[in-house]
Write a protein that binds this ligand. Sequence first.
Ligand code: SAM
Length: 300
Amino acid sequence: MTESKRADRPDIANPVRTRAIMNTYGIAVKKSLGQNFLSDVNILHNIVSAADITDDDDVIEVGPGIGALTEQLARSANRVLAFEIDQNLIPVLAETLAPYKNVDVVNADILKVDLADEIAKHLPDAKTVKVVANLPYYITTPILMGLVSAPIDFAAIVVMMQKEVAERLSAEPGTKAYGALTLAVQYKMQARLAFTVSRTAFIPQPNVDSAIVTLTPREPLTEKPFSDDALFRLIRGCFAHRRKSLWNNLQSIFGKAPATKVELQASLDEMELAQSIRAERLSLEGFIALTNVLHTHNLF
Ligand code: SAM
């Protein structure tokens, strides 16, 4: 372990030290920012292992809080780049992470940063970039959508979220959890629910159960959509009214003009899909094929 990575104080993720840091800095937890600090070091070790962090990896963290996970990442990774929206936590992080010279903390809203620019600026020599985070749950979906649609080949995204959202990421067609988020994530990555985490591991305790999900690059798809935008417009539209049939949702997307209906019907026939089928029955490959068929019928 290099000098810059040596810990000379107890772990931040320890209930006594976490509370001491909160008292010293007068930190009143902001529920509106999803602030639930992890105070169980074993869980942090498990997260770092699930992400298989080595000193070849540069890591992006969303929401370092008081630095509990950041510290564990800094001990294993090459560099850590962490984005924290709460400016009150910036001086706290400067102090708690002072022993780790391989950490950059940026005071910014993760939903507003251009990650490719930030990587070029802070991690110019990055070999592999991974994202590891205990996400602010109120914006789990937009963060995930931002990560999977960014023009960056992440080697892994390992994130803690509400268990219910974690289940949606790895859901199979035909299940209640399967939907637009499942497909958006699975288009780029393979999702696996790694382990669940008890509420008691956090200060304060959240009122939902949590799980760690690992996302790794998926096998290449055999058929590509003619346009990613069209694929995602179709997916969003087909899940806009879950209880309605695919046919009804397609009419909401493309309109009900008689000529349009003829082309929609011809597209379904080509796909051998009944009007009554629901979107949740269609696999990712099915949505891609349907996007391309609709394109050949001039609907996109
Ligand atoms: N990583 C710490 C831990 O595990 O103890 C804190 C995790 S806490 C669940 C989420 C963190 O995300 C908080 O520190 C919160 O202030 C921060 N946060 C909330 N919204 C954010 C945003 N839009 N951009 C960046 N950070 C955000």
